[in-house]
Design a protein. Sequence first.
Lengths: 400, 400, 324, 324
Amino acid sequence: MRRPSDVADLRSLRGAGEAEPAEAPEGSAVDGAWPLQRVLRDDGGADPAAVPLPDGETLALYRWMLLSRQLDERMVALQRQGRIGFYIGAFGEEATVLGTAAAMAPGDWIFPCYREHAAALLRGMPLTTFVCDLLGNAGDRMLGHQMPCHEAWRPGLYASISSPIATQIPHAVGAAWAARIRGEEMVSLVYFGEGATSANDFHTGLNFAGVHRVPTVFVCRNNGWAISVPRERQTAAETIAQKAVAYGIRGERVDGNDLLAVVAATRRARARAAAGEGPTLLECVTFRMEGHSTSDDPKAYRPPEVVEPWRKKDPILRLRSYLEGRGLVGEAADAALQADVKEEIQKAVREAEAFEAKPPLETMFQGVYAEPLWQQREQLEDVRAAVAADPRVANPRHQG
Amino acid sequence: MRRPSDVADLRSLRGAGEAEPAEAPEGSAVDGAWPLQRVLRDDGGADPAAVPLPDGETLALYRWMLLSRQLDERMVALQRQGRIGFYIGAFGEEATVLGTAAAMAPGDWIFPCYREHAAALLRGMPLTTFVCDLLGNAGDRMLGHQMPCHEAWRPGLYASISSPIATQIPHAVGAAWAARIRGEEMVSLVYFGEGATSANDFHTGLNFAGVHRVPTVFVCRNNGWAISVPRERQTAAETIAQKAVAYGIRGERVDGNDLLAVVAATRRARARAAAGEGPTLLECVTFRMEGHSTSDDPKAYRPPEVVEPWRKKDPILRLRSYLEGRGLVGEAADAALQADVKEEIQKAVREAEAFEAKPPLETMFQGVYAEPLWQQREQLEDVRAAVAADPRVANPRHQG
Amino acid sequence: MPTYNIIQAVNDALRLEMRRDPTVVVLGEDVGRFGGVFRATTGLHEEFGPDRVIDTPLAESGIIGTAVGMALNGLRPVPEIQFADFIFPAMDQIVNEVAKYRYRSGGQWSCPLVIRTPYGGGIRGGHYHSQSPEAHFVHTPGLKVVVPSTPEDAKGLLLSAIRDPDPVLFFEPKRVYRAARGEVPEGDYAIPLGQAKVTRAGHQVTLVAWGAMWHEADQAAREAEAEGIDAEVIDLRSLQPLDVDAVVHSVTKTGRAVVVHEAPRTCGFGAEIAALVQERCFLHLEAPVLRVTGYDTPFPYTLENEYLPRAPRILKALRESIAW
Amino acid sequence: MPTYNIIQAVNDALRLEMRRDPTVVVLGEDVGRFGGVFRATTGLHEEFGPDRVIDTPLAESGIIGTAVGMALNGLRPVPEIQFADFIFPAMDQIVNEVAKYRYRSGGQWSCPLVIRTPYGGGIRGGHYHSQSPEAHFVHTPGLKVVVPSTPEDAKGLLLSAIRDPDPVLFFEPKRVYRAARGEVPEGDYAIPLGQAKVTRAGHQVTLVAWGAMWHEADQAAREAEAEGIDAEVIDLRSLQPLDVDAVVHSVTKTGRAVVVHEAPRTCGFGAEIAALVQERCFLHLEAPVLRVTGYDTPFPYTLENEYLPRAPRILKALRESIAW
Ligand SMILES: Cc1ncc(C[n+]2csc(CCOP(=O)(O)OP(=O)(O)O)c2C)c(N)n1
Ligand SMILES: Cc1ncc(C[n+]2csc(CCOP(=O)(O)OP(=O)(O)O)c2C)c(N)n1
Ligand SMILES: [Mg+2]
Ligand SMILES: [Mg+2]
């Protein structure tokens, strides 16, 4: 006995409602239920009513996207030159990362995955400090403890990155929950990939948030790949957004290469969360344009053809044509911006490489506990003695 | 741009289609999407076209349900008398347990939770052996290794029970997957409660099964409670069935106190799985009529009122009125069945209590590995010597 | 002074600290309206409400994972794991997140929380309601591990644990949850983490134990005395920080040591004690450090008395050590 | 005989056993079409197809949990955990299910599977691509734990592990994955689990190591020889079953022992070795058993050379042991 109201009832679990897709998205049985929300048309135009940002802010975010792209390119180059040990970037996902981060309030916490370096910079992490983290040198805010690209920046409420997939999701829930318990208005933002939706912590994080209506915006960067595993082998669900149904929360699907759509959808999700209407699972549909990281060679598992169609959807190109259409950037202005960004990055690399290559020996034992226990104290003496006795302890290639 | 086909598209993910509910179920926004399937009407009647079982089999299952109920009552009594250490029963969930188990093929594996003892007996585990397990005595097939109610019965393809919630779910997926890889037709059946749907292994089990279309029937005994936690605090999803959407698999919702509806729904799910159409999440809506186990006192957290409405929905009463309506049981026949079952249980208890109270000392080290390592061999000598030196090692209350 | 059992002492400590510090919250399965399956959080939900005494869904990884976020953002969560056997679904959050958060962020954040969990055998719990997993956590730098044996210690150590800047695993000996009764000071007092207690002075052999097994060690020492064996008994109370000086001081005096624990012998914390003692007291040892432990099997149901390292087996080891 | 590195030896063993035994299947993240992030399963997907070489979703608990079901139903799964650091989400399946399945079912079922995982530091992997969690599993009765150090052992031990009736954790030393090269017999051969290898005979001090650190121990022993210190080096190869006789036999002869491991010192497997040696060789010991290990911190990134117990620190310990 199906009642006419059923669809309407179900809609409350889905991202129907506001932004109707600007065009019919790729055929999918559930596009109607979880439409791919877009603002930027392919011709670079946009319905003014749907544009969430004044030109000034859009231009500023455009520069951030350029910085993100150039930074990724430069750091990959440094890694190839052996100047940094590892790098993982956001090639093609700039609109998803910056659009979501920019749509939150300054007091909102961000729980990154590992491709959201641009969000850390947006939150005020100095570029030089970021590069120091990549070098793990004496200027590294993490004291050389972690691998490159595992930055944390508390002043910007940008949490600490760990490699294990999805573990940050319940953290984001707990932090927002704590704020509510303490009577503060804070909505947490957490990033993860579509591969992470298979992990335990995705399940518990969203379930806890659903039951307790915790104000968190769950951003899934669906970039199609988990290292070598395509989305289809990650889940049989046609969309990530529909996974929200399992938790009785709202799921939405947005074009992750459309900065304006990402900003608009994130703002709505944040507003609902702040209003006590509960969390949102926001699927940003994008694509991983390069290898998983500098350790990866995608040629081994995916043909170039699958990447091609996405090149014309490049989020930077799409935003640029919008800005050009509005007469906000042209050849010259763009070149100037690019040069400016390039200089900023070069300067940061210069400054960062000026620090001592290694933090002092005692940092190895710093922060295991608030105060070192006897084990750390004795072991610091042990390693000091060992280094003194044999320089090879610190430098395997030392001769003599 | 919502297309008319959307609802139809989504239906493929839901249990719409076959059995329409015999009456409008409790108001729920998603009943239309995941209708509560029923066959037995409240007046005890049923649409002949929807009845899945010939009278003989129905009568046989009725007896199994009586046995399950009396066994639970008797074992709880033994526990109160201190004759067994612990017990956990299926009060009110008999139709769910027996209907699902009976609907599977003899070669199908069953992965129990901890309330499905009746399924083990249905699969040929001798009642005396079951009671020996409760006693943990020399007749215990588990060698006294596990707590009561953690039986395993390989001859009936009834897997081993562990206490950790939901861990059996991926096991069921792996077993059915292995059968397919080896070219055998086998559909696995796995039981868990609605509380288990919050656990990690529910998520990974269903996701793996969805991606690889593994032939498994996932039976959620939604009995409304996880010890003291009601369903509403377990998940914000209105139904358990809708969690199937997250895995791109089929979800169905059936009246778990309606034996005929449970059998019908399970058979359809099994048939789809065997036909390569993938797994089904089957939510059996029932109620935990008693405490969680003999260790629990529900008065501390739920008022009797919440239990009351379910008394008239007792699965045994409902099946009895159906059988009475068909003239298959009456006062006398029922009394005879009850007496017969009672005698069977008394006999089993007598036989079981005749075994030695403890398995021999060496069983403590048996089965840690296929062959004991030196640790187990030395430690067996150690405990033998200890027992010889001081009887209190085996019996704390020993005097002298 | 009131006489409490360990459950009451834990409950008292939680109530006291929640009154004193509004940032303390309790979360876990059945801890709220029900007050916990062992009733350790009884009355807290009524007094502090659902915001601070939270019934969670059934997922240990979610309990610890959300507690981490709460700790990062200014709360002092005291999550409960219903049985220590069920801590493993949260192992990744504990080992890779809780333990490393301060270190990996270069000290920008810390993750102060106390994971309370009943552990150990002797209640006919079989494999899954009897385990003693403390060694896993002692082997994880960044975590502290506390195991009280008496009501007074339970309250004083729990208060210290909640106020500690580092994450603490707080293992409660459920075998003596009700059996261990004693006078407990009213109001606020803290027993510092990392101070072992010499519960019995002796000069012939040092007996090291913690939690439920301390009671067995104490019993064995009394029986040994009747045989003229003079054992010194040390209740470690905290395994990390470990009061190694107390152990070394005692063994330096006695020249003999026996360590007792319920967990399987191989790679248990007794191995660490033995390793440390032979490193630091080598010239004083008159006998090898002996271990009286659970055996290398899953925890058995019917034969749990035979499995547990109770007084009779400890007494036997004391004799062997002396006779060595 | 071909010269292989450890990755090639592992790949060779997997291919050989999959050809011999149709019930052997491989599953894990990126192990199929891609051949694994370290390429250890290269070519298997092409040869044996997607049914036997399975790319799974991103969930270690699901990888092990489904492997358990496969093992129960007649397959020999060889799941891969991409890095040992990521084994913790599967900890509950491993500790509470895999390890206990045979015991808890009274031997009705067993759960033979081999969990392959690259472990250890020295590749600039920081906290989460460097850990050595072997002690957790040695402390779990029901599991076997194998750690090869050379290509020849890697192949022979992996073949034994797959054929073993019990579940095995197979830790592969990724630091020497490619660096350790050597001749590997072609075709089928098995190295029994539980037999340590004396890789260098000596009479003054026994040096016990496994996996990547065996190479450092060997190096230290060579350097020690130049100083006139004659060390006997034992590569344990398997931690459970442990060849305790080989260790005891050696220490009974030398009277001195140094044990080396990467994992943090406290409660590491070195503690168990020290405890066993002092229990069994007490009267023969001329110095305490010394431990040269990773320090009690998360695995650091920049200072990993200082953190790892490499040859210079081992050499220092050998001198201390001799001088004791
Ligand atoms: C628990 C865990 N398992 C495995 C890995 C190895 N790993 C690192 S990234 C990755 C794929 C993640 O894919 P996705 O979540 O889609 O994020 P993306 O890299 O595409 O942004 C894997 C398997 C890990 N880091 N943690
Ligand atoms: C991992 C784990 N956590 C906690 C427990 C304690 N526990 C035993 S049963 C139970 C509730 C289970 O509820 P549900 O899944 O609905 O099954 P039901 O008992 O209602 O049949 C809990 C929390 C456990 N056994 N395992
Ligand atoms: Mg991805
Ligand atoms: Mg339930």
